[in-house]
Design a protein around this ligand. Structure first.
Ligand code: CP
Ligand code: NVA
Length: 306
């Protein structure tokens, strides 16, 4: 099923497609704010498969599909055969014969790749251990809304080299901006992954303050991602100096933005004064998940709509 377009990693979309999606997001968002009905996906069904918890991803996909005139079905591992060992390839065959588009939140990237390889319909990554591409679509749209083009700008990533960080690194390649990454020792971007993206668009810093210096956007995420809970206590100690606080925001560009994919832990990866402060755009960022994913589903199902 080679000619189906999926969104499994950020770089599944090229620059032209991303620019199209950002332009459509702006229009779709404005229509939504003006209470204009837009039902291009009438009678289409989205299946959402969750193997991990979610608030924003579920809500934004489910609400988004309804707003586009379609319907959404929620499946999770606990009460479907997915949690009882049915092969992912078999699940993909069946689910994709009964629906028009699938979104999956799961553990290893390999699971979603295998699902997509056996799917008759587009598959969207709603977060894996390795990537969170829908989040970075929303983050970059939010940056563009607030500041204009992200090309040539600097994003400081402070904390864990996790799924959200990996996706920033991919996005930097496609959209030509820079990522300054600072992680505690032992939590660096994997060498293999670093080689994959080359060092044209990202630089690592031992000192988080140096990573943040002059940045246009400072962003972070939880110290312990879903699936890594057993490491929580150790991580609390190891990440203690990797908190985004107001001193760090002061060293960034004067009008720098702060983003966080949420959920956040005030007093851990971010100080309350930053996430609740004037440079924070976290609520706009969360809302934009809805709008970018509507544009993404429109694109994957209907191609370039004008
Ligand atoms: N940011 C994000 O994906 O949030 P949820 O885990 O609530 O979906
Ligand atoms: N890195 C976090 C993101 C949650 C939206 C996790 O994977 O748990």
């Amino acid at each position: 099923m080679a000619d189906i377009k999926h969104f499994l990693q950020f770089n599944d979309l090229n620059l032209d497609e991303l620019n199209h999606i950002f332009a459509r997001t702006k229009i779709i968002k404005a229509q939504f704010k003006a209470y204009q009905q837009y039902w291009p996906l009438q009678d289409r069904t989205l299946v959402m498969i969750f193997e991990k918890a979610s608030t924003r991803t579920r809500l934004s996909f489910e609400a988004g599909m309804h707003q586009l005139g379609g319907s959404a079905i929620y499946l999770n591992t606990r009460d479907s055969q997915l949690g009882r060992g049915e092969p992912v390839e078999d699940a993909a065959q069946v689910i994709s014969r009964m629906s028009d588009i699938v979104m999956i939140r799961t553990f290893e990237q390999d699971i979603i790749e295998r699902f997509a390889a056996n799917s008759r319909v587009p598959v969207i990554n709603g977060l894996t251990n390795e990537y969170h591409p829908c989040q970075i679509l929303a983050d970059i749209f939010t940056f563009i809304e607030q500041k204009g083009s992200i090309k040539g700008k600097t994003v400081a990533w402070i904390g864990d080299s996790n799924n959200v960080c990996n996706t920033w690194l991919q996005a930097a390649e496609v959209l030509d901006f820079n990522v300054h990454v600072s992680t505690p020792p032992g939590y660096e971007v994997e060498v293999e992954r670093a080689n994959l993206y080359g060092d044209d668009h990202f630089e690592t810093f031992a000192d988080p303050m140096e990573a943040a210096r002059g940045a246009d956007l400072v962003t972070t995420d939880v110290w312990t991602s879903m699936g890594f809970e057993a490491e929580n206590e150790e991580r609390m100690r190891d990440f203690a100096d990797w908190q985004v606080d107001s001193d760090m925001m002061k060293i960034a560009a004067k009008d720098a933005l702060f983003m966080h994919c949420l959920p956040a832990h005030r007093g851990e990866e971010v100080a309350a004064e930053v996430i609740d402060g004037p440079q924070s755009v976290v609520w706009e960022e969360a809302e934009n998940r809805l709008h970018v994913q509507k544009a993404l589903m429109e694109f994957l199902l209907l191609g370039k709509v004008n």
